[in-house]
Each structure stands twice: as C-alpha cells, then as structure tokens.
Write a protein that binds this ligand. Structure first.
Ligand SMILES: [Zn+2]
Length: 413
C-alpha cells in the first residue's frame, strides 16, 4: 500500500521543530519527505494532514503487556498462563491503539507469553507494536518477583537463579525459546517490604555470567537497577537498558556517562507520579514505601543524566490499575514536568531513542526508514499532552500499514 500524507507538518525525530512537508510511504518504508513528484504519488491513498503533525511512532521501553489490571501484589503470578497470553494479546493492541509502534518487554510472567504474541504480530494475525519479547525476570532467591514461600507451591513470575551456572542456563533457555532480550532484577524494589530498592540482590559473578551468556548469544540485557551498586554491576556486565536508577551515586553516574554511546536509561517517572496522585494507597503506605524520597532521588538522577547526554527512553510499569496500559504516553509530559526536558527532547526520548534501542531502524521519518508514523491533530511539540489523547491520534501507521486512519476527520477545538 502506498500512502501520501499531504498538506501538513512533519517532525522527523531529529529537528527542533516540525516543518511543512509531504511524506510518501511505499513498500512499508518512508520513501520521500518534502515535495513528492506527482508521478510518484500514483495509486497512493492520500491522507489530508492539514493542521496536523506527522511524527515517528512511540516506543514504550519498559512494557508490561502481560499485566492484567494489577490491583494487588500477587495478581501477576496468580493469573494462569492461558489468561496471561490473552491479556498480552489485548494489551498489544491497546498499545498500538495508543500510538506505540514499538514496545520493549520488561519481564514476561511466563517464558513464552511475549514470544508467541510477538510471533503472531509479526505474522500479521493480530495487531500490536513491534515487540522485543522478554524473558521472565531473572532474580536471586528472595529477590524481587521471587514471591514463593516455603509452605506454598506458588509458580512465581520469574526465573529464580542462584549461582553463575543457573544464570547461564536461564539465559540459554530464554534464547532457545525465542526471546529478544533478557530482563534481570539486580536490585530489590520498595513496592515490596523487602528487598528494598537500595538492596542489591544479584551477585557480581551472577551478573557477569548473565552478561557473558547474553553477549555470546547476542541478547541485550534490560536491568531493573534501583541501588547504586546494582547499576554498576549491570553496566559491568554490559547491560543495554538501565531501568529506574533511582539511587545512583557519583560513580554510577560517571559509569552511565562513560557508556552513553551504548546504554539507555528508563527513568520510569510515571510510576512515581501515579503512585502519589492516582493510586488508592493511603499516606502511611506511601510513606512506608518511601515514595516521595525515592521520587526526589529519581528526579535528581535523571535531570543529571539528561545534562550529561545519556539517552533516555519512556515507559515504566504501565499496567497497574492506577496507570493502565494505554496511558503510556503520559510519560512524555512527565519528562517535561519533572525531569527538565524540553517537549522536543521528551519526544526524542519517546520516538528516536526507543527506535535506536530496538535496533530495527525505526524512530525517524527519513527516506528508507520503516514507516512507523503518527499523525497528530495539532502540534505535539507545543503540546505534548496531545499524545496521551487517542482522539488526537488521527492516523497510526506501523510498517507502512494503516492501523488507524482518519476516515472521519475530527478537529479538536
Ligand atoms: Zn517494571
């Protein structure tokens, strides 16, 4: 299918502002940006882009497509595998409907839940974003997501690994079963009484074994790393994506900066915002979890990493009841409100950086790039909140295919 977006503005993922241009999509890719010769437009479906801005599709780099609408701590492991697969399928569609043409898994509760959905999406049988399918989180006994107890036979939503051999085996098992990346819990998390976010649970030799096995097999590592030491262990093991990084110290900041050509950080700031503003937790619970202090530290760290030029990506634990899947684009506004990003910088995090992290060539509107595009009613560089409004997403294109089309154009006053 050939598409022509005509009469609107284009923000290519690189420039500081949108410019007037037409865009021709052909053979699943961006063919031409600017003035398109009439002869090349023959047979193209023409989409009127007046008053709208074409931008690259967004990427959620810390996606939990397998989350049911989580309202209690053990709901993820209590959900049977069959339901988990269907929930993952429905959330994949929800993300694409919300303008996300890419998603990076952040820990699938079951080893093949994201793998099978990625395969179905790629085969064109179900709608969804390009998906990097994740392993379940690799965690030490007693680490985050090891919710088993000795008197229970709970099937945990993690691969529990102790010692370098178990770590290597988990990576190799994930590889055999078809994952695209390995998710590792290097620290704990204050959402649970213990281990806390300041506690580092995977040992140096375990993290190193994961790193070596992933490097040998070409699998990137996405690390849950809140404590300073967990960030360092993940970086020494070659991790590509550092999530959270709340309690980074000076040495961890320096290491992130030194690795900025190969690493990305996911601040996951929306997680804190929604805990404070949208969750049902009372003050005593939020205080017990130390939410305000952790958020203040997260904000300080990611303002500093922005100054140092470390690439950030959006996303983070959408799928909780108080920040459901589909609301993921709220992060763009949060980057501006909390982390000192300009709207343009926040859009780069939401589009180009995510595309670079995924490594499939998407994330920019340049000739030859895969055509993952959003037609936004108005100018998201002036008003990033538009991206979180489905009525403002006039068209959604993934791989040149029109997922949502402006057949009945509506204008927002
Ligand atoms: Zn997460």
């Amino acid at each position: 299918m050939k598409l022509l977006f005509a009469g609107g503005k284009v923000w290519d993922g690189l420039a500081r502002e949108a410019v007037a241009a037409d865009v021709l999509v052909e053979d699943q890719h961006v063919a031409t940006v600017g003035a398109v010769p009439a002869a090349r437009c023959e047979g193209a479906r023409r989409i009127d882009a007046h008053g709208a801005t074409l931008i690259p599709g967004m990427v959620d780099a810390h996606a939990h497509l397998s989350f049911p609408v989580v309202t209690y701590a053990y709901q993820i492991e209590d959900t049977p595998p069959e339901e988990t697969v269907l929930i993952t399928m429905h959330n994949a569609r929800t993300l694409l409907d919300a303008g996300f043409t890419g998603a990076v898994g952040a820990g699938s509760p079951k080893l093949r839940a994201e793998v099978v959905i990625r395969n179905e999406i790629e085969a064109g049988r179900i709608p969804g974003p390009r998906l990097m399918a994740s392993t379940p989180t690799l965690t030490a006994t007693g680490g985050l997501n090891d919710t088993a107890q000795i008197h229970q036979g709970r099937d945990v939503a993690a691969m529990v690994v102790d010692g370098a051999d178990a770590c290597r085996r988990a990576v190799r098992t994930g590889y055999r079963e078809g994952v695209d990346l390995v998710k590792v819990n290097v620290s704990g998390d204050d959402f649970f009484p213990r281990p806390s976010g300041r506690t580092t649970t995977l040992a140096e030799d375990e993290m190193r074994a994961i790193g070596e096995a992933c490097a040998a097999l070409g699998l990137p590592i996405s690390a849950h790393a809140r404590s300073a030491e967990s960030i360092k262990r993940a970086l020494r093991a070659g991790a590509t994506l550092i999530n959270h990084a709340d309690f980074a110290d000076e040495e961890a900041l320096d290491m992130l900066e030194a690795a900025k050509d190969r690493v990305f950080v996911a601040p996951t700031i929306g997680y804190y915002h929604s805990l404070l503003h949208d969750s049902p937790f009372d003050r005593a619970t939020l205080d017990r979890m130390g939410v305000e202090a952790a958020m203040a530290s997260n904000v300080e760290v990611h303002r500093e990493l922005r100054r140092r030029g470390v690439r950030a990506v959006i996303g983070g634990d959408y799928g909780l009841a108080w920040q459901p899947n589909g609301a993921n684009a709220r992060d763009v506004g949060h980057f501006v409100t909390y982390l000192g990003y300009s709207p343009c910088e926040a859009l780069v995090a939401a589009t180009r950086n995510g595309g670079e992290l995924m490594g499939q060539g998407a994330g920019g509107i340049v000739p030859g790039a895969p055509a993952d595009l959003l037609l936004v009613d108005g100018d998201p560089l002036a008003n990033p909140a538009l991206l979180a409004r489905s009525d403002a997403l006039l068209a959604i294109v993934k791989g040149g295919g029109l997922h949502k089309s402006p057949a009945v154009p509506e204008r927002i006053a």
